[in-house]
Design a binder for this molecule. Structure first.
Ligand code: ATP
Length: 320
C-alpha cells in the first residue's frame, strides 16, 4: 500500500492548511495513507511523524499558519542530513512525499528527488517569487491584509495631509508592493525590479505636493532601504514630516482568502494525482487558470516578465 508524507517548510503562508487538507482527502480517495511530518525537514530528520486522517484535517481550511508547523533546517542543507531524511522516509514506509514551501524548500525537495524519493512541490509563500506560476498559495491573502492596512493609513494621511512610507514583504519580488499599490492607490512605489533612489522619491513627492496632493503613500519592498533613513532624507530635503509603517508579520497570518483556499485545494489534488501517476521531481503551479506542473530543477530558470506590471504602474502614474 502507498503511504504519503506531507510537510510544510520555510516561511508559513495562509492557505497551507487548505493544501494539507486537500492532499489528505485526495490521498484517502486513492486508498493512500497520509503521514503528517511536523516541523519541515527538521521534523522529518527527527522522526516527528504521525498519521494524518481526513478527520484530523476537518475544518482547517479557514485557519492561517500551518497545523504541521514549519522550520528552517540547516542539517538538511548537507548531503548527510538529506540522506538521513531519506532513511527516515524508508523506515516509515513513506514512498510519496509532498513538500509545501518556497524556493529553498523546493531546492531541498529536488535534492530528495535525486536521492530516489518520489516528491512533488506545492508553492506556499506570500512573496509570489516564483516565475513559473502566476500565483503561490498565500499571496492573495497577504495582499488583502496589506490593502486593509493601506486603506486605514490612507484615511489618517488624508485627514492630516501626511506622507507615509509603508514597507511590505516580498523578499526580492515586488508583487506584493505592486499589486497593493495598484489596488490601494499608492502614489509612489519602489520595488526590487525598479528601485528608485532617494532623490527620485523626493522629486516625485515634490511634484505631487506642487500639484496640491499632500497625502502621499510610498510603498516599498522590504530589504531595499533603511526605512528610517529614507524618512529622514525626505524630511530634510522637503521640510515635511513623514510617517513610517513596517507592516511586518501581520502579512504572514490570518484566515486565507477564498482564492488561496481554492488554489491550495486544486494544487493539493494535483500533487496527489501526479504521484499516483508515477511522476516525481515536479512542482505544481497555475498558469492561465490551469493547474500545471514543471520540473523542480527548472523552477528558477523561468524568468519573470515584468512588462505588463511595469506598464500598469506607468499608466497609473505611480512612478511619475
Ligand atoms: P520562504 O520563501 O517563504 O521563506 P523557503 O522555502 O524559500 O520559504 P528557506 O528558508 O529558503 O525557505 O528554505 C527552507 C528550508 O529548505 C531550509 O531551511 C533548508 O532546510 C531547505 N533548503 C533551502 N535551500 C536548500 C538547498 N539549496 N539545498 C537543500 N535544502 C535547502
Amino acid at each position: 500500500m502507498n503511504k504519503l508524507g506531507i510537510l510544510t517548510s520555510g516561511g508559513d503562508a495562509p492557505g497551507m492548511n487548505a493544501a494539507i487538507r486537500a492532499v489528505v482527502i485526495a490521498a484517502q480517495q486513492k486508498n493512500i495513507e497520509t503521514m503528517g511530518i511536523k516541523g519541515g525537514y527538521q521534523g522529518l530528520i527527527n522522526r516527528n511523524i504521525d498519521r494524518l486522517t481526513p478527520f484530523d484535517v476537518d475544518r482547517i481550511a479557514d485557519k492561517g499558519g500551518t497545523i504541521l508547523k514549519t522550520s528552517r533546517c540547516l542539517e538538511f542543507m548537507e548531503e548527510e542530513g538529506r540522506k538521513k531524511a531519506a532513511r527516515v522516509l524508508e523506515e516509515f514506509g513513506i514512498n510519496f512525499l509532498v513538500v509545501i514551501g518556497g524556493d529553498g524548500s523546493f531546492k531541498g525537495a529536488e535534492k530528495l528527488h535525486r536521492l530516489g524519493i518520489n516528491v512533488i512541490g506545492i508553492p506556499g509563500t506570500i512573496d509570489n517569487d516564483f516565475a513559473y506560476t502566476d500565483y503561490s498559495i498565500g499571496f492573495d491573502t497577504a495582499l488583502n491584509t496589506i490593502l486593509d492596512a493601506i486603506s486605514k493609513i490612507k484615511d489618517t494621511d488624508f485627514s492630516h495631509d501626511k506622507t507615509t512610507i509603508i514597507e511590505v514583504m516580498g523578499r526580492y519580488c515586488g508583487d506584493l508592493a505592486t499589486y497593493s499599490a495598484l489596488a490601494g492607490e499608492g502614489e509612489i512605489i519602489s520595488i526590487p525590479e525598479r528601485k528608485l533612489d532617494f532623490d527620485t522619491i523626493c522629486s516625485q513627492i515634490h511634484s505631487k505636493m506642487a500639484s496640491g496632493k499632500h497625502d502621499n503613500l510610498i510603498i516599498i519592498t522590504e530589504k531595499m532601504y533603511d526605512i528610517e533613513e529614507l524618512k529622514k532624507y525626505i524630511e530634510k530635503r522637503l521640510q515635511v514630516s513623514v510617517r513610517t509603517s513596517i507592516l511586518g508579520f501581520i502579512q504572514r497570518g490570518g484566515s486565507p482568502s477564498a482564492f488561496d483556499r481554492i488554489l491550495a485545494s486544486r494544487m493539493g489534488v494535483k500533487a496527489v494525482e501526479l504521484l499516483t501517476e508515477g511522476y516525481s521531481g515536479l512542482a505544481v503551479g497555475i498558469k492561465e487558470n490551469k493547474i500545471i506542473s514543471i520540473e523542480l530543477e527548472n523552477v528558477n530558470n523561468i524568468r519573470f516578465d515584468y512588462h505588463e506590471k511595469l506598464g500598469l504602474l506607468d499608466t497609473f502614474s505611480i512612478f511619475n
